[in-house]
Ligand binder design. Structure first.
Ligand code: UD1
Length: 432
């Protein structure tokens, strides 16, 4: 087990490279199961969710060759259909994409239901299952597994209207439909950048998907997918996290290798707070010198403000002048970090899906516990901005989604180190 020790209070300066998008990678790796050939995937972030999904593919017989730190060749020509066990589903929700991928490839999938939600509420998959059924699959949920079976071995294109804008359902149905017979029209879909990236990946492997990034996706099923090369887009949320850190700590940082358009919803809020942001080709120069202004935030599906940036911006708002209100409208309960922030001196009251933040002049270092991936990232932001030393535990959540986070912050002047928690013999080793 590792914890992070953070000495806060220093501004950040320099340049940070943004890695490949976690939420695209965790869909594209399962999608590779549908490809009868070698897909070379570039810009894969080195994060634990990716490691876990690759191990699921290996267990099914995929051959995986590491070309360099962020490039892999995945050959699923001879994968067999098999069960995705609870142990994998519990540790990574994106394992549910194996349902759409295996259904598309084999006409049958048996995947353990994902475990409970990190955010404290439920994370239903009813819209995923509704989509599979519309494509002609018989779907049963039994003994903790979803078992989906296409009649006659192949799904059939259909029209699906999602009751709720869902990233997961949009991707899962798109995967299943890619090799179904005929046309599938999916309406009221999610439009996040990683939806477009998954569609682009599938198209580069021979699929015929149009409309990703709009409200309606049309998938004309093809017989099979072939090998190819694909490079994953930069991570909008990782980039936003470094922007939030500059806002909270002050300083000037160039956020490199991003798609600036994806950042508009986050940049707009930071600018309202008094942060200067300048677009330079595929970078953003982020600078904060003066005080931070209060603002209100409401999370929405893309192109609205992303729920996955809500905790990091809450950390910044803790230091803004005045009272800010955050309305969380995607997840019913995503303020579990509030109690940890209070230990650092933040004034934050949570009332159902609202957080009311009264800005304070400074936060103070404390022992805090990451309760999920983005809350953990927000704790790094808060700890870097705070006066004094913080200890962040449960950092395995953070490592699910942030590549090389310690070194990236260190290069910006952040005083942060990963330290192994003593084992039974009392030994302590520096892990960073
Ligand atoms: C994905 C992201 C997650 C992000 C979320 C919203 C990945 C791996 N994870 O999660 O980081 O916070 O999008 O941007 O990409 N819902 C239903 N029925 C369903 C599916 C969803 O009611 O079948 C509801 C959920 O309870 C939630 C909302 O729809 O309120 C959005 O969920 P969804 O977009 O599906 O989130 P995930 O794909 O799980």
């Amino acid at each position: 087990m590792t914890k992070y020790i953070v000495e806060g209070g220093s501004p950040l300066f320099g340049e940070v490279h943004v890695s490949g998008a976690k939420n695209a990678a965790v869909a594209i790796i399962p999608a590779a199961v549908m490809v009868r050939g070698v897909c070379r995937i570039e810009n894969i972030p080195q994060i634990s969710d990716v490691t876990l999904l690759l191990s699921i593919l290996r267990d099914l017989g995929a051959r995986i060759r590491t070309i360099n730190a962020n490039t892999m060749e995945i050959d699923c020509s001879s994968v067999r259909n098999g069960q995705v066990p609870y142990e994998a589903a519990r540790r990574c929700r994106a394992s549910c994409y194996m349902m759409g991928a295996l259904l598309g490839r084999f006409g049958q999938a048996e995947v353990a239901l994902p475990g409970g939600c990190d955010f404290g509420g439920t994370r239903p998959i009813d819209q995923h299952l509704k989509g599979f059924k519309a494509l002609g699959a018989q779907v049963e949920v039994q003994s903790g597994f979803v078992n989906a079976q296409a009649k006659d071995g192949r799904l059939i294109g259909s029209s699906i209207f999602l009751d709720k804008v869902s990233v997961g359902a949009t991707i899962n149905i798109m995967l299943a439909a890619a090799t179904a017979e005929g046309l599938t029209v999916i309406e009221n879909v999610a439009k996040e950048p990683h939806i477009v990236d998954v569609a682009n990946f599938l198209n580069s492997m021979g699929a015929n998907i149009r409309g990703a990034g709009t409200d309606v996706i049309k998938v004309r099923g093809v017989e099979s997918l072939h090998g190819g090369t694909y490079s994953i887009i930069p991570d909008q949320i990782e980039a936003g996290t470094y922007m939030a850190a500059v806002a909270a700590c002050g300083g000037q940082v160039t956020i490199r290798d991003i798609i600036p358009k994806h950042m508009d919803c986050i940049s707009a809020k930071l600018q309202e707070m008094g942060v200067e942001i300048q677009e330079i080709e595929d970078s953003l120069l982020v600078r904060r010198v003066g005080p931070l202004n209060k603002t209100n935030i409401k999370t929405m599906p893309y192109p609205g403000f992303p729920t996955d940036m809500q905790p990091q911006l809450a950390a910044v708002l803790c230091l803004a002048q005045g009272t800010s209100i955050i309305t969380e409208s995607v997840w019913s309960s995503r303020f579990r970090y509030a109690d940890e922030f209070k230990r650092m001196g933040a004034q934050i009251q949570v009332n159902e899906n609202l957080a009311i933040i009264e800005g304070v002049e400074r936060l103070s270092g404390a022992k805090i516990e990451a309760c999920d991936l983005r809350a953990g990232a927000a704790m790094i932001v808060a700890a870097l901005a705070a006066q004094g030393t913080s200890e962040i535990t449960n950092v395995q959540y953070i490592e699910r989604g942030y590549e090389d986070v310690i070194n990236k912050f260190r290069l910006l002047g952040g005083r942060i180190a990963a330290v192994e928690i003593p084992d039974e013999s009392g030994d302590v080793r520096n892990a960073s």
